[in-house]
Write a protein that binds this ligand. Structure first.
Ligand code: ADP
Ligand code: MG
Length: 361
């Protein structure tokens, strides 16, 4: 299949209210040509509303959407040249696989001979070659989602929008399809906006992630930036597993229980601050304090074995809880005992401080 000509997307000031609900609150977002960008957020955060506004099925109250140089906000969906994949597949159950995939080509009045070739190519792309004559009802969930995908790409759209396309599949197939979808994107090259509430899926698949909450983009960045340098407490809490320790303003910097904290990154604003602790960045400290390391003391409440790792739950005397992740081949793990005292370290370069914002908790 030829490479689709991809287009950048420019979203400016998009607002959509339903009664008193701000489904989208003044959203700005620039998506690069050929990029795989994921909208990640909890249920009800506005992801589907934004996707529907891009596809033209929802008319925002305010704002602008441009595909390349073209303002499309007043354009009806069928003229936007956008491929869509939905969570529930939205296939026609009474039609064959081939007829489903041919549908957007028929709408575009493509000739019969060309339809046949393009449908077969699309089936090959989603690894369903030879399945054209099957009925939709004869397919598994994963195969149905591939047909939906083939239908979304068969007319070489410059933009593809996907709304939680894998959420109906079981975990193993989902993991497999994540890699396949990403490979297909890299092969075809169209600008893709992908919606998920699954942070791991977002980290796995995306060039960049827009983390959304309450109709607002809370952070836009690469998976690494989002994970390593969350912009606020909401993002730190939503992505990965974290413990939080509240910080106070000390004489020469931020402190936790009176002890100054060394950090790689501290936001410059007047909001209250918390320390973000990722479980895999904590390590047990015996004896001498390593350089550039923050130390925390506590009592081991529980050790949970997970096969490839163990999670160690630590209660601090202040009531705060820390979670440390250890490899299971680790000698130190053998030495850790429930109800015993422990000191754990967090290197300065792994220490991130975030501002608490209105979406805390
Ligand atoms: P997400 O896809 O992130 O789960 P949605 O975009 O579907 O979130 O919804 C965002 C908010 O807008 C939610 O509070 C939802 O209840 C509300 N909403 C969405 N569509 C409608 C609608 N057609 N009528 C009323 N409220 C809606
Ligand atoms: Mg949704």
């Amino acid at each position: 299949m030829p490479n689709a000509e991809s287009l950048p997307i420019s979203i400016q000031g998009i607002t959509k209210t339903y009664g008193r609900v701000h489904a989208l609150d003044n959203v700005d977002l620039e998506v690069k040509s050929g990029e795989f960008l994921t909208l990640l957020g909890p249920s009800g955060s506005g992801k589907t509303t934004l996707l529907m506004a891009l596809a033209g099925f929802t008319r925002p109250d305010y704002g602008s959407v441009r595909f390349g140089d073209e303002e499309v906000i007043l354009k009806p969906p069928h003229l936007r040249d956008v491929g869509m994949v939905f969570q529930n597949y939205a296939l026609f159950p009474h039609m064959t696989v081939a007829a489903n995939i041919a549908y957007p080509l028929k709408l575009r009045k493509v000739s019969k001979a060309e339809i046949e070739t393009r449908v077969e190519q699309a089936l090959e792309t989603v690894q369903l070659g030879g399945y054209g004559a099957r009925r939709i009802t004869q397919l598994s969930g994963g195969q149905k989602q591939r047909v939906a995908l083939a239908r979304a790409i068969v007319f070489n759209p410059r933009i593809v929008l996907m709304d939680e396309p894998l959420s109906a599949l079981d975990k193993k197939l989902r993991d497999h399809m994540q890699i396949e979808l990403r490979q297909m994107h890299d092969q075809l090259g169209m600008t893709t906006i992908y919606v998920t509430h699954d942070q791991r899926e977002a980290l796995t698949m995306s060039d960049r992630i827009a983390v959304i909450n309450n109709g607002k983009v809370r952070q836009l960045g690469t998976p690494r930036e989002i994970y390593d340098t969350p912009a606020n407490r909401f993002v730190a809490d939503f992505i990965g597993e974290s413990s939080f320790l509240e910080l106070e303003e000390g004489e020469s910097g931020l402190t936790c229980e009176g002890i100054e904290i060394l950090a790689r990154h501290t936001p410059e604003d007047n909001l209250p601050k918390s320390l973000v602790i990722r479980p895999e960045r904590l390590f047990p400290v015996n004896g001498k304090r390593p350089a550039d390391t923050n130390l925390f003391k506590g009592t081991i409440r529980q050790i949970v074995y997970q096969g490839d790792a163990a999670m160690v739950y630590i209660d601090q005397s202040t009531g705060a809880e820390l979670v440390m992740r250890c490899g299971t081949d680790n000698e130190t793990l053998q030495s850790l005992k429930r109800d015993s005292e422990i000191t754990v370290g967090l290197h300065r370069d792994d220490t991130v401080i975030v501002s608490d914002d209105e979406t805390k908790g």
